[in-house]
Structure formats: C-alpha cells, structure tokens
Design a binder for this molecule. Structure first.
Ligand code: SF4
Length: 419
C-alpha cells in the first residue's frame, strides 16, 4: 500500500460543480486540459463534458485573451466539474477569471512575477476562497538578479546532482514566490515543477516535497504524442506516486486529452490510489498457441466494457487455457479461447462454450448479469477465483497458429494488429 506524504489540503469547486480535495486525505485527483480555444464557447463546453465523462475530476482551460475569460462566464454555469484557468503573462486574466467564477487559478512564476500583481491576484482569490497553483516549468524559469545569491547557495547544496542547476533555480524561484503568498497569509496553494526530462521531474518533486508541505500537482511537460508520451509520463509519475508523492496529476499528450484522463486514472487504479470505476481488463499478449483473433477481441471487449459496465468487474481475456487460468487468477469473468471458440467462466463456474463470433456479446451479457446480481446483493465481486485444471496443451489444443495459417483463407480468419 502506498503511504502518501502528509500535506495541507486545498478544496477546489463549489456546490454546483462539486468539491475536489487536493492533498491531505483526498484521493489523488486526475485533471486534464482542453485542447481547443476557450472563446469558442460551445466547443469548449463540449470538450469539458467529454473530459468529465471520461472521469476528469477538474478541467483546465487556457485564457490567453480577454475574450477567453469573458467566455468563462458562459462556460462555467454549463459544466459539471470545477474549472481551472491557466494564466500566463497577464495577471489581469486571473482577475477576470476569478470574476467569472473560476474554481482555481494556475500562475506561472516564470512569466507573472511582479509582486504587486501577484498580490492582487492572491487577494482576489482569498476573497472567494479560490486556490492557486504555482506552476514552475523548466522552460519558463528565468534567472533573476535578486535571486543569484540564493541560487549560489543552493548550487552548493545540489552540486552532486545531475540536475543541480535546475533544482537550484526552481527552489529559489519557489521560495521567492511563496514569500509573496506568506506575506498575504495565503495557503490555498498547490505546487508543480514540470520538465520534459523524466529524471529531472523525479528529482524536482522529491526535492520540493521535502521543502514544502503544500500539495503537489504532478506532470511532465511537453511529453509528446501518446505513443511515446505514455512512457515519458508514467515512469516519473508512477515512481513519485508509488513513493507517496503527488496529490493531483495531469498526463499531457499531443493527442485527444481524453487519453490523458484515461491513463491518469489507470495509473491511480493500478497503484491502488483510487477506487476503480468500471471494469478492469486483463488480457494475455498471445503467443504461438493462439487460436482466435485475440487482439481484435480485446479491443472490442475494452470498448464495450467502458461503455456498458460501471462496476469494477475484473475481466480476463486469455488466448488459451494453458497459462490462461494462472494469468486470469482473481478474475470475476474470464474467457479462455480454444480452437475458434471460447469458454466463459463467471466467478469460477463454466457458463458457456461458444463459437468465436459469439464471444463478445456473451462476455458482455455475463458481465451485465454479474453486475445485476451484485446490485441485488446475491454475490460480491472477487468472491471466487477462476480455478480450472488446464488440459494437455498438445493433445487437446494443438498448435493454433498452424491452424490459423492453414485455414484462414477458407474460414475468413485473420489476426488483426490493433494500433
Ligand atoms: S494465455 Fe495462452 S495464448 Fe495467451 S500468452 Fe498465455 S499461453 Fe499464449
């Protein structure tokens, strides 16, 4: 079990949009950011709805221009989750967003550093109990003359660290910025320190987690397309979360932000940091024993589970019954493929032996039935484990690959590689 680092707690939201806690005893929250223009009100609302439906706890929007903050007045009443305004360069955008009813502000110390301006934002947030994220980014940290002395001191502290220079700038910048907030006695603060380098992200958050007790927003900036950004993001975020560091996360991809929410939630689920909503899918990678089009089946099952099942039913889709039972241990519903057919087990009981083309519908039917039984109080998820004695793999199953190769033209069999 992950032991979370104790932090202060801030609350984001209101009665109409719900409250999301960050830090303290709150579960790790998942957020994302709209990819379109905020001033395109209908599109922005549609995107926020889509992210909320995917499970985002909060959604951030960019407000580079006055027309964006003006749009917030129409957007906020029409969405169901708390909204965060991402403010850079113009402190007035923060004031306008606060006036429009925003639930949280993100300020970048790299481009809004004037003390009087920051204080104005702090006072406006304080009056409305709106938290502020201080979001330091590797790309926008600027060395300031008045911090050179402190950075020199920190340079000595971090001299052995590969990322010492960045850490020195970052800590100096945070200390400088937090001074302004302390002067105003404002503590509804979340901190982030993002970089594109996963090892630097780990070093930065480990360092600030020792120095400040404010909750932390984890993220990797400019992580790239999902295909490579997943590894770049999940390695540092998984490491930090497993160490108990991190209170809210945003995975960022150059792709549909729904993927950010899905992957952020999955990361929290697999680390036991959140209670899973919806089914959990386990699937084998296939091997030379495969006798059905498993890659396609797994994708079809995944999509339908996402749309049709709300309970955390553990579903296993296994290519055969040789290693399948071991790999599916603990599944509530499991299918083991045979020679273009599937044997379905529910809570350890064999319920069907059906042709390949019927597997998808029957598997979903069994999941829905199980969900209904749980709702009626007739059973509990995780009650029984799949417990099957595997047959002789050679005598009874033979080589599926050979069968697929020899018969695929005649029976329309194909192995689909899903990208
Ligand atoms: S479950 Fe069967 S087909 Fe899938 S990887 Fe294991 S042995 Fe291969």
């Amino acid at each position: 079990m992950v032991v979370r680092r104790p932090t202060r707690k801030v609350m984001v939201g209101d009665a109409a949009h719900g409250f999301v806690g960050i830090g303290g005893d709150s579960p790790v929250s998942v957020q994302s950011m709209t990819a379109g223009y905020t001033y395109e009100i209908d599109k922005c609302i549609a995107e926020i709805h889509k992210l909320a439906a995917a499970g985002a706890d909060m959604v951030r929007v960019a407000v580079p221009e006055k027309k964006d903050t003006a749009a917030l007045k129409e957007i906020i009443p029409q969405v169901s989750v708390p909204i965060i305004a991402d403010v850079h360069f113009h402190f007035q955008r923060a004031l306008e967003a606060i006036d429009a009813g925003i639930h949280k502000i993100r300020l970048n110390p790299g481009n809004i550093s004037d003390r009087a301006q920051v204080k104005e934002v702090i006072q406006a947030c304080k009056a409305k109990k709106i938290p502020i994220r201080i979001g330091v980014n590797e790309g926008s940290i600027i060395e300031r003359k008045d911090k050179q002395k402190r950075m020199k001191e920190l340079g000595g502290v971090f001299s052995d660290n590969k990322h010492g220079h960045f850490l020195a700038i970052m800590v100096a910048k945070l200390e400088e910025y937090l001074d302004i907030f302390r002067e105003e006695d404002f503590h509804d603060i979340v901190i982030s320190a993002k970089s594109i380098d996963p090892l630097l992200v780990i070093a930065a958050y480990e360092e600030i987690s020792k120095r400040f007790d404010y909750p932390l927003h984890l993220g990797v900036t400019h992580a790239g397309p999902k295909e490579t950004g997943t590894i770049r993001s999940v390695v540092p975020l998984g490491h930090l979360l497993a160490s108990g560091i991190g209170d809210t996360i945003r995975i960022s991809y150059a792709n549909d932000p729904v993927y950010e929410v899905q992957d952020g939630l999955e990361l929290c689920y697999v680390l036991g940091l959140r209670t899973r909503i919806g089914a959990e899918l386990i699937a084998c990678p296939t091997c030379g024993r495969i006798q059905v089009d498993l890659f396609k089946l797994v994708q079809d099952v995944r999509k339908r589970l996402m749309n049709e099942i709300k309970m955390p039913i553990k579903v296993a889709v296994m290519g055969c019954i040789v290693n399948g039972p071991g790999e599916a241990e603990g599944a509530d519903v499991a299918i083991f493929a045979g020679d273009r057919k599937g044997i379905i087990y529910v809570q350890g009981e064999k319920v069907a032996n059906i042709p390949e083309e019927e597997i998808l519908d029957r598997l979903l039917f069994e999941c829905r039935e199980l969900e209904a039984k749980v709702l009626r109080g007739e059973t509990k998820l995780g009650d029984k484990k799949v417990d099957i004695l595997p047959p002789d793999p050679i005598g009874e199953l033979g080589s599926g690959w050979e069968k697929i190769q020899s018969e695929k033209s005649g029976r329309g069999m194909s192995l689909t590689v899903v990208k």
